[in-house]
Ligand binder design. Structure first.
Ligand code: SF4
Length: 337
């Protein structure tokens, strides 16, 4: 059972909302901004790339971001990028529906000039018909719903959760498909475990009318992540094999499965400047316990920086670190003597 502590991120904490994968806003240089209000998840999928949920072993902290603080950060970044043709994609390292103010979040994002699409990634166990009605009224455009198997026992196994009921998730999927919210089914294909489920999920998505404005399916390839959960005996397949199988199913079912950014109206857009160089040594204020064990969050130049190998570093100090990784304003550093 995860014993991670829940940390609330408010303006008073002084922790910026750009810089980590765990919370805040991620700008990858397109018209899509990823919005991450919370890290919690009710499931413990056996392939989870972020080791989320009650069975998490690696997480030291979970985070929840104050709504107004998150919206303020989103607006500032959106204004920098240009208030037109923007997508807010709520996709956390857990399940975004764990966020108690998810409806308010969608509604407020929808009221920002230039935000034309609001999408959300979920496994759906927290969805109810009532919540779907509320999200629809709030302006949600699309739900990317992960159903990884239609076989109930296999679906339960994959979810790592005894109470997971795929029949209920199917009811939810059908309810979404009949609403104004578009539905995209996004199974994770874990080779050797749910191979035979993929064609069934494709047929199911087509039968219930998924994908009215966008493609109906976004099959995701299982990848073994350093800090993620790895099902015993599973080896990720090659991208070549993955795409070749998708193309075969595209022909068989006359449906688009090999997806491109253009299929979702995604285009390049100027990215927030990265205020560091790789290898640069900087002083940071150590402000929060890290998401994972052995990490801390340091702050400088209006960015949150994940400091690795920082198990013994106390909170509240100022220390010198070296920037060792920069990817789309996601920053990692290590203590520098
Ligand atoms: S894969 Fe998604 S739903 Fe499953 S445990 Fe991870 S974050 Fe939660």
């Amino acid at each position: 059972m995860s014993k991670a502590q829940l940390i609330r991120i408010t303006p008073e904490t002084g922790v910026p909302l750009v810089g980590t994968v765990a919370f805040g806003i991620i700008d990858r240089g397109t018209n899509v901004l990823q919005v991450r209000p919370i890290t919690l998840c009710p499931l413990s999928c056996i392939f989870c790339s972020t080791d989320a949920g009650p069975n998490s072993r690696g997480r030291l902290s979970e985070y929840i971001v104050d709504l107004d603080y998150l919206l303020e950060a989103f607006y500032d970044i959106a204004r920098y990028k240009g208030l037109h043709k923007l997508e807010a994609h709520i996709d956390t390292v857990g399940d975004p529906l764990s966020y108690p103010r998810i409806v308010d979040l969608v509604q407020e994002l929808a009221s920002i000039k230039g935000v034309e699409v609001i999408s959300l990634q979920t496994h759906g166990v927290l969805l109810t018909e009532h919540l779907i009605d509320e999200l629809e009224a709030a302006g949600l455009s699309r739900i990317n719903l992960s159903i990884d198997a239609l076989d109930p026992a296999l679906a339960r196994l994959l979810s790592g959760t005894r109470t997971y009921d795929v029949e209920r998730i199917k009811e939810i999927a059908e309810y979404i498909a009949n609403s104004r919210i578009d539905l995209l089914l996004a199974p994770v294909w874990v080779p050797g475990i749910n191979d035979e489920e993929m064609p069934k999920i494709i047929e199911y998505a087509l039968s219930i009318g998924a994908g009215k404005h966008w493609p109906p399916l976004g099959i995701q390839k299982y990848e073994a992540h350093k800090h993620g959960r790895k099902p015993y005996g599973v080896r990720p397949m090659s991208w070549r094999k993955f795409y070749s199988k998708l193309r075969e199913w595209e022909r068989r079912y006359s449906v688009k499965l090999v997806l491109k950014p253009e299929d979702f109206g995604i285009h390049k857009r100027r990215m927030l400047p990265v205020p560091f160089r790789l290898g640069e040594k900087v002083y940071v204020d150590v402000m929060l316990p890290g998401w994972l064990k052995r990490e801390k969050i340091g702050v400088t130049r209006n960015r949150a920086i994940t400091i690795i190998n920082a198990e013994r570093v106390p909170l509240g100090i100022r220390m010198r670190v070296r920037i060792i990784r920069i990817k789309d304003n996601i920053l990692m550093a290590q203590p520098e003597p």
